[in-house]
Every structure is written in C-alpha cells, then in structure tokens.
Design a protein around this ligand. Structure first.
Ligand code: FAD
Length: 411
C-alpha cells in the first residue's frame, strides 16, 4: 500500500490551493493528490465565455501544468473512503494510506435531475454555462437570437456560484439591448427559490437590472423537463398551499442550470451530513467526527457560498489546521464563511457580492474604492482583468492574497 502524510482528493481549485498552502508552511510535508482529470478548469471564466468576453482557451490548462512538483499525483478516481483504517480506495483497486486526509472533490452536477436536459444540450438553443465547453454555444445563441423567448433557469440551492444563472441572463440581455433587439425578446427568469438573491443587501441593485431589461421573474418555478426538438420546457410551480402545477413554455433559447449534490462517494459515506454534503466544523473545516479528516471547496456542508473565492480563504485555514494536527497542537485558524459572487449585470459593470456566514457582508475593499451593493466598473475590471491571473499565479501557488486566516477564539 502507498502511504503519504497528507492525501488530498481532488486537484481542482481547492485541492491545488490547499496543497500549495501546506507546502508554503512546511516544505517537508509529503503530499499525495488524487485527481482523475487531464485538464484543470477555471470555471469562474465560463460566465465570461458565455458573454463573449473571454476566449474559451483562457479557462483551462493541462492538469500537469498546475499539479505541484512537490506532490505525488495519482491520476485516478477515489471510489471509497475508509476513515477507520485511514485509507482511501481508488478505481484501479489500489489503496493509499494517510495521516491526514483532505477532501476537495467539488460537487456533482446532476444533469439527469432534469428530464431530457442532457440529450438536449448543445442544439436547438439549449445551453448551459455549467457544462464544460458549452459556454461558447451560449455566446453563439445569444448573438443569433433576434426575437422570441429566452428562458433562464435556476435550480434549488445549494449550487456553485449561486449568481451564475443570473449572470448569463444579464450579459445576454445587455447584448440584446445594445443590439436593439431586446424589445423583441421575451426574457424570463425561472428560479426554484423564492428570492432574487439570498443576501438582501444585493437585491436592489439586481432588481434595477431586472427592470432595465424588462425581465419577467418567476419564483418557486423549477425546470423539470426539456424537449430540444420541439423547443419546449416544463416548469413545476409550487404554490403557497403546498400544491404544485406543471407549466409548459416554448422557447427559442434556454440556459439551464442542473440541480447539484455532493459526489456519490461522499454522499453515501459516513462522512456526509443529513443532506449528503461533507460534515465539517464551520470554523476549523475539520470533520465533525474524524479529527484527521478535513475538507474545503464545493463539497463542504458549511453554509458559505460555494465559490472559488471561498476556497481562497479556506485553503490557508485548512493548511494551518492540518499542520497543527500533524504536530499534535490545537487548531488555531478559523474560517468565517467568506464567499463572493461577482454578478455581471452588464458588460462593463459588476455587483461584487462578498459575504460570510448568516449573510454578514465581508467586503474586501473600502466603500470609496468599490461599493459591493452597487454595480461598479472597478469590480468589472477586477473580474475581467485581474482575477484569472490571480487564480492561476497567486491562489493555486499558495500566495494567499488577502486571505490571512482569522484566529479561533475558542481554542
Ligand atoms: P472543482 O474546482 O470543481 O474541482 C474538483 C476536482 O475534483 C475536479 O478536478 C475533479 O476532477 C476532482 N474529482 C471529482 N471527483 C473525484 C474523485 N472521485 N476522486 C478524485 N478527484 C475527483 N466561483 C467564484 O469564486 N467566482 C465566480 O464568478 C464563479 N463563477 C462560476 C461560474 C460557473 C458557470 C461555474 C460552473 C462555477 C463558478 N464558480 C465561481 C464556482 C467555482 O468554480 C467553484 O466554487 C470552485 O471551482 C470550487 O473548487 P473545488 O476544488 O471544490 O471544485
């Protein structure tokens, strides 16, 4: 059996960042990373590809380029975790033992949770920025649509980047408005949830864009089925009396977002909470029952917004607490639930939502530099010009820009 001091599951935003953050603190830590994919994706860029701002190539790199040289890479999938035996099992049947395990496998997009969606994607105007490689089809559809009905759907929470379903809608509407066809397009937002955005402080700025683009909003309206060739979508609308009714709507373009859940090997393991997500302590990101298991990124059951921005603050916290655990010292670093959602309300302006647990605002910048509750050019500049490089060269390398962990008050 192979053995590493620290084993990390997943080489996405979270897995690579936390490996680098541990290495930065202790160069001698022996780290193994299990990651099946050949390619690493910068998913926050997919919204920009769908809006015609980024070329698709800038959103991915070969996995071998981002995999840290100091780590051992196992290019395979983890199938089972055996926490009692401090061991994980890979698809090829081999096992790896660990002193500390860090789980960062992201989440699972449940495409089959919407009847017919998987088969419909990529033709007849059915698209999703959440599907790797499909954001360019979104941009193609947006440019081609001159009149008709454009539907944008948002599934029940939690999802990664909760604002992304709307971002696609705003960027599309902005393009149609600038090209004088918005008045011939019926734009509808169908949200399984009950509000436009979960943190109330950002709703007024978003509502102004809903009004400006004359978007019709439907709440508690969940996309349940799609028929591509006949261009029809079925939404289940739940009423306040607990009853629901199905409504069929024809479309010329549909941007769909699938329901999301933890990967099966987490969801069906003893490590999951009652909703299937990884059962972590809110502050230390250590598992609630296994003191040598940690987690971060989208798989986490903590109540933060599932974003790469959250990972930026989580990685140093996990790194510090993992090192303390290896040294048998108390954990001192705390995560306060920071997450961020740059809402691209038009090409050139963003509402930079930044908040922690319980919707407490955690702006990175003073108000005079950027007011997060308003659409600003500064935030667009940050997202369009700075964040991709910060992701590849700062966060993934463990440089921890504006991400110093809070000190735990209770240790
Ligand atoms: P991922 O980056 O998805 O990585 C998970 C990795 O685990 C993958 O490489 C996968 O291959 C691997 N893996 C999966 N299963 C296994 C297994 N069984 N064994 C081993 N490895 C496995 N975030 C922002 O901060 N700002 C944004 O503007 C933003 N916009 C977004 C827009 C879209 C359209 C999407 C889809 C996401 C957006 N996000 C945004 C969210 C952001 O991409 C995620 O929160 C972030 O990637 C989470 O990192 P992660 O490492 O947990 O998951």
């Amino acid at each position: 059996e192979k053995q590493h001091t620290v084993v990390i599951v997943g080489g996405g935003a979270a897995g690579i960042s936390v490996a680098s953050s541990i290495h930065k603190r202790d160069r001698d830590t022996d780290i193994g990373i299990v990651e099946p994919s050949d390619t690493h994706h910068y998913q926050p860029g997919w919204t920009m590809v769908g809006g015609g701002v980024f070329r698709p190539e800038v959103t991915s790199k070969p996995m071998s380029d981002v995999m840290p040289r100091f780590s051992s890479w196992y290019q395979d999938k983890v199938t089972t975790i055996e926490p009692e035996a401090n061991r994980i099992r890979l698809a090829d049947g081999s096992t790896i033992g660990y002193e500390v395990l860090i789980l960062a496998p992201g989440l699972e997009l449940n495409w089959s949770g919407i009847d017919g969606l998987d088969a419909a994607l990529g033709s007849n105007g059915v698209t999703s920025n959440y599907r790797q490689g499909m954001a360019s089809y979104t941009w193609e559809m947006v440019q081609n649509l001159k009149k008709g009905t454009a539907l944008f759907s948002q599934p029940p929470m939690p999802i990664k980047c909760a604002g992304a379903p709307q971002k696609a809608m705003y960027l599309s509407s902005d393009f149609w408005q600038k090209n004088h066809c918005l008045s011939d397009i019926d734009v509808q937002f169908h949200n399984a949830g009950a509000v436009l955005f979960g943190v109330a402080d950002y709703v007024p700025a978003l509502q102004r864009y809903i009004d400006r683009y004359r978007i019709s909003t439907y709440f508690q309206s969940t996309l349940v089925a799609v028929n591509g060739p006949s261009r029809k979508a079925i939404f289940r609308i739940s009423g306040s009396d607990g009853r629901s009714e199905d409504r069929e709507i024809g479309f010329d373009m549909l941007h769909a977002v699938p329901p999301q859940r933890a990967p099966g090997f987490i969801r069906e393991s003893v490590l999951a909470n009652e909703s299937g997500w990884l059962d972590l302590a809110d502050d230390t990101l250590c598992h609630k029952r296994f003191s040598n298991i940690f987690g971060l990124g989208d798989v986490s059951g903590t109540a933060n917004a599932k974003t790469a921005a959250a990972v930026r603050k989580q990685a140093p916290v996990v790194a510090e607490n993992v090192i303390s655990t290896l040294r048998k010292a108390p954990m001192t670093a705390a995560y306060l639930g920071y997450g961020s959602c740059p809402l691209t309300v038009e090409n050139g302006r963003i509402v930079l939502a930044e908040f922690g647990y319980n919707g407490v605002l955690q702006p990175s910048f003073p108000r005079w530099l950027n007011d997060g509750t308003q659409a600003t050019r500064a935030a667009w500049w940050l997202k369009a010009k700075q964040l991709p490089a910060l992701y590849w060269h700062v966060m993934l390398k463990g440089h921890e820009w504006m991400a110093t962990p809070a000190v735990r008050s209770s240790h």
